[in-house]
Design a binder for this molecule. Sequence first.
Ligand code: ADP
Length: 343
Amino acid sequence: MALTPEILIPRLGDVLVEQGLLTTEDLDQALDYQRQLRTTGQAPLIGQILVDMGKIDRTTMDQAITVQIIRLQRALQESNEMLEKRVEERTAALQRAYEKLAELSKLKENFISNISHELRTPLTHLKGYLDLMLANDFGPITLEQKKALDVMNRATDRLGRLIDDLILFSTSESGNIRLQVQPFDLIPQVNAIIHRNALAAKHKNINLWLSAEEGSTKVVGDPERINWVINQLVDNAIKYTNKQGEVCIKLIPDATECTIKIAIIDTGIGIEESKIDEIFEPFHQLDGSSTRTQGGTGLGLALVKKIVEAHNSKIEVSSTPNQGSRFEFRLKTGEKDQSAHHA
Ligand code: ADP
């Protein structure tokens, strides 16, 4: 549609005819004349032509034009009001949609906490009875039965971890990783992680050790989540390192940056450079075949990344196939952080 005033109000000539101030014939004549003038490159207004041709006097024309201007103003005002009303309606619709989304998101969160509870409860029962049976509380068990119960026990542990990972992943997806940030010492944490993974390392004859320089190893972060991250990286390092290899957790302080770098270094199978970004995608495993040698959900590194980023840090990887990998991230020691908070 052409953008001319008549999309809001009728043309001046038509109004004059309508008001009986001009005949249709006179208007047609004037319009013909206007067309002729246009062919010569001029663009005269119809009002002026009507006055020049003596079809109408100047005062009447001025009045008619003034009425037109007033009508135009009113039309603009009405259209503004209409627009405002439509904006209001749309805003209300958006608000309703937002409320619905917030409600859905709440439902989703509740769903996750409900389902986690529902999944955990039977698992706790399974675990409880398995422990009782293993402790001979229901009578003596044979070696074969003990082996079977041990397998079931490990499977329930794995299922428990899987549920925890899924819950953490779902909450992190909605940007809801809640951190309980506080100062804590890395050394006892790392020692506990080494202790926890000692058996798995021993099974593969892997040397698992901590390397820390003299000085404070205190950082600021969520100790539980950081523990989870380091444990996950150590678990992977052991998983993807062949027998007789080495896995080292290195703490490297950076006094100028007021950070401590935590590096988990292995002498394992390594990762091709082009695949490094992929490993952080959820449910992604480089060996996706059904003959995969290592178990896992493919959620570990996706979560590691989210937790490290929630600490305003970054996970970095360097790796050479068949030589090993190095996963590292920094945590603040707190000194600089506090001044930043108060600034
Ligand atoms: P999962 O270990 O459960 O498969 P992750 O998210 O922890 O899932 O890891 C994703 C993929 O990254 C793994 O399947 C593996 O292919 C690769 N990967 C992770 N850590 C290492 C490592 N230390 N050395 C070699 N490959 C690794």
